[in-house]
Design a protein around this ligand. Structure first.
Ligand code: ZN
Ligand code: ZN
Length: 235
């Protein structure tokens, strides 16, 4: 089963990183509750928080020396924002992705541009290369003044991009799916609903919390199937 690796850039606060890691742990734990009764079950995907890492044997500045290399390489110097597709491509081409296929989730303190060529002024909360990597930005969430709200919105954002990362809603699903955008979304009260901005994100997060829902039943089922079968896909 493919593990889920989590990294974050230098400017991400400890409580933001902790919230992201906790969210992924909690989601995986809830989905695989039965399998976890066997403590060392190979049927539960591993969650690996790498943080802001460096490889001591690789000289600083050389390719893949550490987390900040991905950030610096994909940073637009004029806008001081990360070019999302460039960042995802660097993750996709990681040398260790070949020997040890895994899902990558990255948190950045920089704003992210989704379409650097055609819409460099537009930022996005997150961007995903399904099956490989997702990158999300904590920068827009910092506009939310209340700490608890901010962490709730971050949890929602992590859950949303974890879903995109493993292709939830699953291709071919017809129930509660919105296929009008570039990525499939869910239409139920569910973390896979599309949020246009940080305030819509927070509004949905509150609504889902009140309903006691992270993912709707269909998306939770899809997520579990996608994670459980990920070992067989070569992307
Ligand atoms: Zn989305
Ligand atoms: Zn859903």
């Amino acid at each position: 089963m493919k593990p889920i690796a989590i990294m974050w850039s230098e400017g991400v606060a400890e409580e933001e990183a902790v919230q992201a890691v906790f969210t992924v742990h909690q989601i995986v734990g809830a989905l695989f509750r039965v399998e976890r009764r066997n403590q060392f079950s190979p049927l539960v995907p591993a969650v690996r928080p790498f943080g802001t890492w460096v490889i001591p044997s690789v000289p600083r500045g050389a390719a893949y020396w550490g987390t900040q290399w991905y950030v610096e390489r994909s940073l637009d110097p004029e806008l001081n924002r990360v070019r999302g597709p460039d960042f995802l491509r660097l993750v996709q081409l990681e040398p260790w992705q070949i020997h040890d296929p895994h899902f990558d989730l990255a948190l950045l303190d920089y704003e992210i541009i989704a379409d650097p060529d055609d819409a460099p002024e537009e930022t996005t909360l997150g961007l995903t290369l399904p099956g490989v990597a997702a990158v999300i930005s904590v920068a827009p969430l910092r506009e939310i003044p209340d700490r608890e709200d901010r962490l709730l919105a971050l949890r929602r954002l992590v859950a949303h991009h974890l879903g995109h990362l493993v292709r939830v809603p699953r291709p071919g699903r017809t129930e509660h799916v919105d296929l009008s955008g570039p990525e499939p979304h869910c239409t139920a009260v569910c973390a896979m609903r599309h949020a246009n901005d940080v305030y819509e994100l927070l509004r949905y997060a509150r609504e889902e919390r009140e309903a006691g829902v992270t993912y709707c039943r269909a998306c939770a089922r899809d997520l579990k199937i996608q994670l459980a079968s990920a070992q067989f896909s070569l992307n």
